[in-house]
Design a protein around this ligand. Sequence first.
Ligand code: ATP
Ligand code: MG
Length: 402
Amino acid sequence: MKLQQLPSEFQEALPILEKLKASGYEAYFVGGSVRDAILGRTIHDVDIATSAYPEETKKVFTRTIDVGIEHGTVLVLHGGQEYEITTFRTEDVYVDYRRPSQVSFVRSLEEDLKRRDFTVNAFALNEEADIIDKFHGLKDLEFKILRAVGVPQERFNEDALRIMRGFRFAATLDFDIEEQTFQAMQETAPLLEKISVERIFIEFDKLLTAAFWRKGLEKMIAAVAYDFLPEMKGKGTCLKAMLDRLRPDFLFATSEQAWAMLLIALDINEPKNFLKKWKTSNDFQKAVLDLVAAYRTREKTSVDKFLVYQYGLENLLLVEQIRQAQDLPIEIEQIKALDAALLIHSKHEIVVNGRTLMTELNLKAGPNLGRILSEIEKAIVLGELMNEKEAIFKFLKEKGMI
Ligand code: ATP
Ligand code: MG
């Protein structure tokens, strides 16, 4: 089959293929971008595979960066873009289920395509827009089926991350998983415990934020794969309940929102510990924990000025979305109005601080100063005090605090 037209992302990269070919090497577009081009989806990174060895690729181009030369990848800068050019390779004996013990460079495209995970990820595309389809991936694309390349059991044994990638592609592409492929995913799922948590997080995160996240999660539940993910052992019932309690058309707006909902649905007592076990960044942890806390507070109280000040408009709107998705009452307009009426959105916006109070009112550092500052903050947030120095000093006098 031929693509009607090479999408512009590939056209821009054509000179790279042509240069490699002019030097006597084979070169193709490969990977997810080819799949997405056939499906008419947005294309991100255009990856190139070549018969040239990394040292040979570096000789062909003037501007290159070594990014993973031991894996055969060289970054080529062209037309303001970066392209990963990877030598055709096979991956031998997998010793720890997570990375190939040895990468061998080969001169054959077919060998390279064989090591790829799913048939729909194993296309190559040449400069004439011909699609090379050694594993009937086009047929699988047509029927929206995810099928392992080769013997499924072997492929997931080699690299168990592919199991998570499988659920993730079901979620991003709205594909079903071919029966034997699914069975092998189920059987090899215990090997997920050997995979680095960071890599699993990336796949699970992509799954949750995908357009067909329900499908991906349903497959993960059906395969009982959650049993081998951090802090999720035995959580099948909760995960199913998460699907049931959210409206069928609900999509997560952000990763943080998705993980907050996951924590809520799993009824995790120590959310921080959970996120630590998933080895997420501190910023991510903080953002998710804020959302969970805001959600829990919202369960107990209706919205007021202080809630809006404390958690911020953005967080509260994300919380209202997951409330709405569960058919719980929402207060979106009121939250917006309260936020618009707030005199300050952070204590840093208060015109006085500890230093001002110490120098101008002769106050001493210590717990009392802290108390005074928080009284000021509270009064301003509640709209009882203007954020002006004179008004603040008068307020403190009236309250007998100075
Ligand atoms: P995305 O659109 O999310 O980038 P992708 O299919 O391009 O999806 P990448 O992780 O970017 O996925 O990998 C590029 C290609 O490399 C894949 O399409 C696949 O052919 C191959 N690949 C990546 N990871 C694996 C793996 N663990 N096992 C086998 N092949 C893999
Ligand atoms: Mg990609």
